[in-house]
Design a protein around this ligand. Structure first.
Ligand code: BES
Ligand code: MN
Ligand code: ZN
Length: 508
């Protein structure tokens, strides 16, 4: 799906999988319970499933697969794949999502265009069906569009879910929701993949604007002049070293009939490339810094999904955008910048630029009326020292809000874990000449970065997700190829969908 397109529906096949008009039927089994497949699948596969189970070729271990022809011509599909769900006791909604994604990827590798996933047994609830739809959709992502040779893209042409007859209505709604969420994750991944020369600040702003507008959202792009008028000295300071001036994109989702409050403010870091500026980064792996806008992409794509889902909550998206370059007009270590909120910052390291642009963006979100703030940013290398590349850092206040987001993210399949914001760490941000410095040193680097942001939250309920370790996968997994992960998109959508039902204090 491209940025201007509407979402493509999934097929729901209700009743017997014989009738499913597809190429590959996907069935599942828990580990050491694979013989449960026999009753239904031994005959249509000419005994092959039984043989594979008996020989332990297929045992139901997580992501294990066994693919075999269907010999019974009563089926429209020509093949069936058994997929392992792992141990029943370890099973979660996220495992269902991952298994569906793994099977979608496997079908693509085998050039099987149409698949239908049988949602039976433990997979019949609306949550599970939504997760399967998300997983199959995530498998559609293809990051190879700059290749001209040796590139043989293969698109899945038909994604379906087989459910029991009585579940048709529930399944249609759940699959539609999962489909939309998966497509918007993929949209964010597409943006994350774009190189810095293609995705300059003005191009990124235009693309976000297109995404928002095609979803019926209102958008405003603030240029350099308007940022000056608003006094956004932090964002302007970071942008100074680049020939490409900074921008700030604000997106409004104001569904008819939504209550005046809460107004959820989503703030996403949009550094289109991070060289580090004058405090320049080493050459090794610097190319990775093209995805330093993953938070900004997540915010815009999540908001477009919310609009398609007609979520009845007001949301404001703020994406500060700049390229962090060491040009002749770049800020220097030791420079003091004044933020739109009035606080002064001594920039000791120009590579700690994310917190600077987010400081002004947090202020702007409040100016636009946000009552609750969630920011998402590839903010610190230190977060991967703390949590590795599996789990995003979760910070915020009050604790009940943090726990709510943690639990929601878990179901959405974005792993994150809370880290503390004790006041004592603030000593590391003390400046001799300004209100604070922009880097707290090596120890607890993700925490001091979060505390820096907290200074700009005006005491509102606030969540910060540090996705520096999780936005990009360095190795391919059965359920996800190397590259952009789209982390955070699903969490932002689900948190926004539930915020109206959840009593949040407006002050902590
Ligand atoms: N964009 C980086 C953080 C990052 C690092 C993202 C690795 C993805 C992978 C951020 O702007 C940065 O450079 N942070 C510095 C902060 C330091 C100078 C205080 C860092 O983490 O080294
Ligand atoms: Mn940086
Ligand atoms: Zn950065």
């Amino acid at each position: 799906m491209n940025e201007a397109e509407k979402s493509k529906p999934m097929d729901i096949f209700a009743g017997d999988p014989r009738g499913a008009d597809t190429d590959l039927v996907i069935v599942t089994a828990f580990e050491d319970q694979a013989s449960a497949l026999s009753a239904k699948w031994a005959a249509p596969t000419g005994g092959e499933i039984d043989r594979a189970v008996a020989s332990k070729e297929f045992t139901g271990k997580l992501f294990e697969t066994f693919l075999t022809p269907i010999v019974d011509r009563g089926y429209r599909a020509r093949r069936v794949a058994a997929a392992g769900l792992g141990l029943q006791g370890d099973f979660t909604v996220d495992r269902a999502r991952r298994v569906a994604a793994a099977m979608g990827l496997k079908a693509r590798r085998k050039k099987i265009a149409r698949v239908a996933f049988v949602a039976d047994g433990a997979l019949t609830s609306a949550d599970m069906i939504q997760a399967i739809a998300e997983g199959l959709t995530l498998a559609e992502f293809d990051g190879g569009r700059y290749k001209t040779a040796g590139y043989d893209p293969f698109d899945l042409a038909g994604l379906g879910i087989v459910v029991e007859e009585h579940a048709r209505g529930i399944a249609q709604r759940a699959a539609r929701r999962g489909r939309i969420i998966g497509e918007h994750c993929n949209m964010a991944r597409m943006l994350d993949n774009e190189p810095g020369n293609a995705l300059t600040p003005s191009v990124f702003a235009e693309r976000l604007s297109q995404i928002a507008q095609s979803g019926g959202l209102s958008v405003d792009i603030l240029d350099h002049k308007e940022l000056e008028r608003l006094g956004m000295g932090l964002l302007l300071g970071v942008g100074r070293g680049s020939a490409e001036p900074p921008r700030l994109v604000s997106i409004r989702y104001e569904p008819a009939g939504a209550p005046a409050s809460p107004v959820l403010g989503l703030i996403g870091k949009g550094i289109t490339f991070d060289t580090g500026g004058i405090s320049i980064k080493p050459a090794a792996d610097m190319d990775r810094m093209k995805d330093d806008m993953a938070g900004g992409a997540a915010v815009a794509c999540a908001m477009r999904a919310l609009a398609e889902l007609k979520t009845p909550t007001r949301v404001i998206g703020v994406i500060p955008i700049a390229e962090n370059m060491p040009g002749g007009r770049a800020i220097r270590p030791g420079d003091v910048l004044t933020s739109a909120a009035g606080k002064t910052v001594e920039v000791l390291n120009t590579d700690a630029e994310g917190r600077l642009i987010l400081g002004d963006a947090l202020w702007y979100a409040q100016k636009c009326g946000a009552t609750h703030l969630i920011d998402i940013a590839t903010l610190t290398g230190a977060i991967s020292i703390a949590l590795g590349k599996i789990t995003s850092g979760l910070f915020g206040t009050p604790p009940a809000f943090v726990e709510h987001v943690r639990a929601t993210a878990e179901r959405a399949g974005d792993r994150c874990w809370p880290l503390p914001l004790y006041d004592e760490y603030k000593d590391q941000l003390r400046s001799e000449i300004a209100d604070m410095i922009n880097t707290g040193g090596r120890l607890g680097g993700a925490i001091t970065a979060a505390l820096f942001l907290k200074e700009f939250t005006g005491g509102l309920p606030w969540i910060h997700l540090d996705i520096a370790g999780t936005a990009w996968s360095e190795e391919s997994k059965p359920f996800m190829p190397k590259g952009p992960t789209g982390v955070g998109v699903r969490t932002l959508i689900e948190v926004a969908s539930q915020i109206g039902n959840w009593k949040l204090e407006s002050k902590n």
